[in-house]
Design a protein around this ligand. Structure first.
Ligand code: SIN
Length: 484
């Protein structure tokens, strides 16, 4: 099936309940990263379109927040049902624009739907407080209220799930939204918009602006006085800029930024479990997730055995386009991404690292890169400091627990961290000592709607998912009732 044949493949912006062209009629190309073929031409929204969308969201806010939580729950549930009913179609659309294997793309749709379902349920649990008053004849109340219009700027690595993860809590608590999906992957967001409309979510509550004019549209979203909150997933550099731009109008911000996740394997680890966890953590989405293991710190006694087993498992991974049966690893998103991975590997090899497997582009060409395991990676290698965002596992040897913790925390980032050990005392010590928002102990893939997702240090601010996820979209109001 061609993307043009799917009723969910929408090529126009969703503004105030209508699918519309960009105001200046321009469009841009969305291509399949596996082979560069055209997937669709999509409306290229302008700053003026962003302005219209923000006003639509602002106009829709009073009625949307005035609905009962139960009514919003019903609408979100309906939306979730529609998403799951179209899981295969949405997954195929996603695989076409993003490149990840079909099974992984379909799993992402279910992952995104889990956020809609969760926040549909949470909508009815936004409790305030009645606090013992300091003065007789008074009542002290704390109310939770939706912040208003929110802007979501979403990434290409999870084009559906990250949109759902941001919009669902916002809508659940009564906020309205304007979304700017990544230029590489706008179709999944637009398809979610089409289903939200079909579910009965009113006009203006959810607006989606595909655009290649990222700076221009981003500037409106981050500086407009009617936008009260921005949620962004992407690089730390862009996160800093968004925070600066939002500062002028004192916006609330949630930033889910870069990481440099350590993956520590202690001598006492279950070797097979560590290798399985490493494959999941490192090679999921071709290594293009913010929580992918970026540095493998392996204790001397288990180093060779772990390295060899990991290299064997990585080499066995089937690389190819999304729709080829049995494919486990897709292409990288772009030539630019490929060039970055190549440069980081060349730097490490040039400084003395050795490739146990991979270390080069894949013979399939395009933006495919071989699953790679590098050993004896020296401390000066750039890829130990930078987010690789590719299927490359660099291994560093360490001797003691203290050294592992020191190396793990020697980063400006603090999103995810993983470690494998069967010593219960060590498990507690290391879990406490690690500076990260998410810690996987004897597990390599830990994201789940039930748990808070977000980083410390320069990996971000705020949490998504879990019962804490709604707080990002709420203001507290203290009401002092006197004269009682
Ligand atoms: C991300 O890479 O930003 C999200 C990954 C996840 O939810 O596991």
């Amino acid at each position: 099936m061609n993307a043009r044949d799917s009723k969910l493949a929408r090529h126009q912006a969703l503004i105030d309940g209508h699918f519309v062209e960009a105001s200046d009629g321009r469009s841009f190309e969305v291509t399949n990263p596996a082979d560069g073929t055209l997937v669709a031409r999509v409306a290229d929204c302008t700053a003026a379109d962003a302005e219209v969308a923000i006003h639509a969201a602002h106009a829709a806010f009073p009625a949307w927040r005035a609905l009962t939580a139960r009514d919003r729950t019903r609408l979100l549930r309906k939306w979730c049902e529609l998403v799951m009913r179209h899981q295969d179609e949405l997954g195929d659309l996603l695989a076409r624009e993003q490149g990840k294997p079909r099974a992984e793309a379909r799993a992402e749709i279910a992952y995104g739907a889990s956020y809609i379902e969760w926040f549909a349920e949470e909508a009815r649990r936004i409790y305030g407080d009645v606090v013992p008053a300091p003065v007789a004849g008074r009542e002290v109340l704390v109310l939770k209220e939706p912040v208003g219009v929110t802007a979501a700027i979403t990434p290409w690595n999870f084009p559906s799930a990250m949109v759902a993860r941001k919009i669902a809590p916002a809508l659940a608590v009564g906020c309205t939204c304007v979304v700017k999906p990544a230029a590489e992957t706008p179709l999944s967001a637009l398809a979610l918009g089409a289903l939200a409309k079909e579910a009965g979510i009113p006009a203006g509550v959810l607006n989606i602006l595909p655009t290649s004019r990222t700076e221009e549209v981003g500037l409106v979203l981050t500086t407009h006085p009617l936008v009260r909150k921005i949620s962004f997933t992407g690089s730390t550099a862009v996160g800093r800029k968004i925070m600066r731009q939002g500062a002028e109008t004192i916006k609330k911000v949630s930033l889910e930024l870069g990481g440099n996740a350590p993956f520590i394997v202690f001598d006492d680890a279950d070797l097979d479990a560590a290798v399985k966890g490493a494959i999941g953590s490192k090679f999921r989405n071709s290594g293009q997730t913010c929580v992918c293991a970026n540095r493998f710190l392996v204790q001397a006694g288990i180093y060779d055995a772990f390295a060899n087993k990991l290299a064997e498992a990585a080499a066995a991974s089937r690389v190819g386009p999304a729709f080829e049966p049995g494919v486990q690893q897709g292409p990288l998103i772009s030539q630019k991404a490929l060039a970055k991975v190549e440069a980081l590997v060349a730097d490490a090899l040039g400084k003395g690292a050795r490739a146990l497997t991979g270390g080069a582009r894949h013979p399939r060409g395009g933006t495919f890169y071989q699953p790679t395991v590098l050993v004896e990676v020296p401390a000066e290698a750039q890829l130990l400091e930078e987010e690789i965002f590719g299927p490359v596992a660099p291994l560093v040897r360490f001797e003691t627990e203290e050294e592992a913790i020191r190396l793990a925390n020697a980063s400006e980032y603090g999103l995810a961290a993983y470690f494998f050990s069967r010593d219960i005392g060590r498990v507690w010590r290391v879990a406490r000592a690690i500076e990260a928002g998410l810690v996987g102990v004897n597990e390599g893939v830990i994201s789940a709607v039930e748990a808070p997702f977000g980083g410390v240090k320069q990996s971000g601010i705020g949490r998504e998912g879990s019962r804490y996820g709604t707080e990002e979209y709420l203001d507290l109001k203290y009401v002092c009732m006197g004269g009682l």
